[in-house]
Ligand binder design. Structure first.
Ligand code: ADP
Ligand code: MG
Length: 479
């Protein structure tokens, strides 16, 4: 199935009517970003979206949901395994300054002794379908362990597509739209974690970017969901720069901000890229937060568990089995694409030569989050030829290129689409499954699968950043 757009749609409705309807739904329901061009905080524009849900095989959708608790557990257990993190990242931190800085703060706190033994995380595992073999395969792209976005936009798109399919589709089509409540599931997880912290009146701190927040609906609405479920739990949003001024530790490592507000949870929507830490004061602040008694979402060990080097290392099934049971490991391992080390070892050299022969079969990835960091196609060859004699190679991993199926959909975007005026586009999709976990090194307090988001991109792009305009928010039509 390459589309679920009804074949007689254009006999019933004009494209401009349906485009207006999509835009207005987006504007009326907070499927919006702050405008980049108009810098008033009071101006938003619709986020780019698909007008119909995109087809996604039910079998693989259900498989990805059913694996999420294992994915949560895997990342949780890796984050508590100091020896494994240290051994796995040893070479990476010798060449990658940012990972080294993260690791140093983490190790310092390990040595000083943790004042909060419990880890809390809100994750998103991303998958694409691969068409390279005769039968489709589900392949994991990555697991995001910090600032996993779209937990608000995911359900909003499900709601929009429910409206569109009710209006223009066949009645049975609604059965193909899965329920999606990740907004409330994340909010519930925040409340679970807040209760575990156990101090009435304590607050949840959202650490946000130093610049204008463009993805405001996804961030703010999470706060609104929390207050809807628990009006007594307050969220405060602060930048690193503000926290440098006002955060301190008091009475047994309690994190206090502003006028003595005790922080129960620090939720990082920021802090995952080198330029988020422009001076040593920022690293000192991260250290202060890390050694506090507040729950961190994520703790530094959780953030480190999500780096791409770790993803490469756990591709080895024997290593994977150290963290989750054999059956779960076998099932998950089948969703791993080949990921290859570029270390300066015999194995790394052989991978290097193999990739140089067929660069278009791979993606090179540094230890970064947030999109637009990877290297593709012919640029891989150029890059590898330049770094052959340098250690820089060790900061990257290479992943087999996934070739997802192409589907057709209508796109509604505030950005003018370049080719022609038609809204029809060929796109491919990446499914994100959310998960929430809370526990210490011995026991799990909460571990749940928590909904989904589908993001699609036009096939002419390698990556589909939604706020940068290449990607669109979507939802799955199961078949
Ligand atoms: P980031 O941490 O920057 O999000 P990702 O590993 O998710 O890094 O890669 C960014 C994007 O690149 C993905 O959303 C996907 O569109 C594309 N991509 C990543 N890995 C692959 C792959 N193996 N094959 C094809 N596309 C990929
Ligand atoms: Mg990603």
């Amino acid at each position: 199935m390459d589309s679920c757009i009804p074949s007689n749609l254009l006999e019933r409705v004009s494209l401009s009517d349906i485009e207006n309807e999509a835009r207005d739904f987006a504007l009326c329901n907070g499927v919006v970003f702050r405008s980049k061009s108009l810098t008033s905080d009071n101006v938003v524009e619709q986020a780019p979206i698909t007008i119909f849900p995109s087809p996604f095989p039910r079998k693989y959708f259900e498989l990805s949901l059913s694996m999420q608790q294992d994915v949560n557990l895997l990342m949780h257990r890796i984050s508590f395994n100091h020896a494994f993190l240290k051994a796995s990242l040893e070479r990476t931190i010798s060449v990658d300054e940012f990972t080294k800085n993260l690791f140093e703060v983490y190790e310092r706190v390990e040595k000083e002794g943790q004042s909060q033994p419990i880890n809390f995380n809100l994750l998103r595992a991303d998958y694409m379908l691969d068409t390279k073999k005769e039968e489709l395969e589900l392949k994991q792209v990555e697991v995001n362990t910090i600032a996993a976005g779209f937990a608000i936009m995911g359900p909003k798109l499900s709601q929009f597509h429910h409206h569109i399919v009710s209006k223009y589709g066949r009645p049975d089509d609604l059965k193909s739209l899965p329920e999606n409540k990740c907004d409330y599931q994340f909010a519930r997880a925040f409340i679970d974690a807040w209760e575990v912290y156990g101090k009435p009146g304590s607050i949840i701190l959202f650490v946000i970017e130093d610049t204008r927040t463009l993805n405001i609906s996804d961030q703010r609405s999470m706060e609104f969901r929390i207050s809807e479920l628990r009006p007594d739990v307050k969220v405060v949003r602060r930048t690193f720069a503000q926290l440098i001024e006002c955060a301190k530790l008091k009475d047994n490592q309690r994190l206090m901000i502003d006028h003595n507000d005790e922080v129960a949870i620090v939720y990082f929507r920021y802090g995952y890229a080198p330029d988020h830490y422009p001076s040593s004061e920022y690293w000192s602040l991260r250290h202060l937060i890390e050694r506090s008694r507040a729950l961190k979402c994520p703790s530094l060990n959780g953030q480190l568990a999500g780096v791409k080097k770790i993803q490469q290392i756990i591709c080895n099934k024997d290593i994977l089995e150290k963290f989750i049971d054999t059956k779960a490991a076998e099932r998950m391992h089948r969703t791993f694409a080949g990921i290859w080390s570029l270390d300066k070892t015999e194995e790394g050299d052989s991978n290097y030569n193999k990739i140089l022969q067929q660069p278009s079969n791979y993606v090179l990835k540094p230890q970064r989050e947030g999109g637009a960091n990877n290297i593709y196609g012919e640029n891989i060859r150029k890059f590898l030829l330049n770094v052959e004699s340098l250690d820089t190679r060790e900061a990257y991993i290479a992943m087999d290129y996934i070739r997802p199926p192409v589907v057709v959909n209508l796109i509604s975007s505030p950005i003018k689409l370049s080719e022609g005026n038609s809204l029809f586009r060929q796109i491919d999709s990446e499914l994100g499954i959310f998960g929430t976990i809370l526990g210490d090194t011995n026991s799990i307090i909460m571990n749940r699968e928590a909904g989904h988001v589908l993001r699609s991109k036009r096939i002419c792009y390698n990556e589909g950043g939604v706020s940068s305009g290449q990607g669109v928010i979507d939802s799955p039509y199961l078949f």
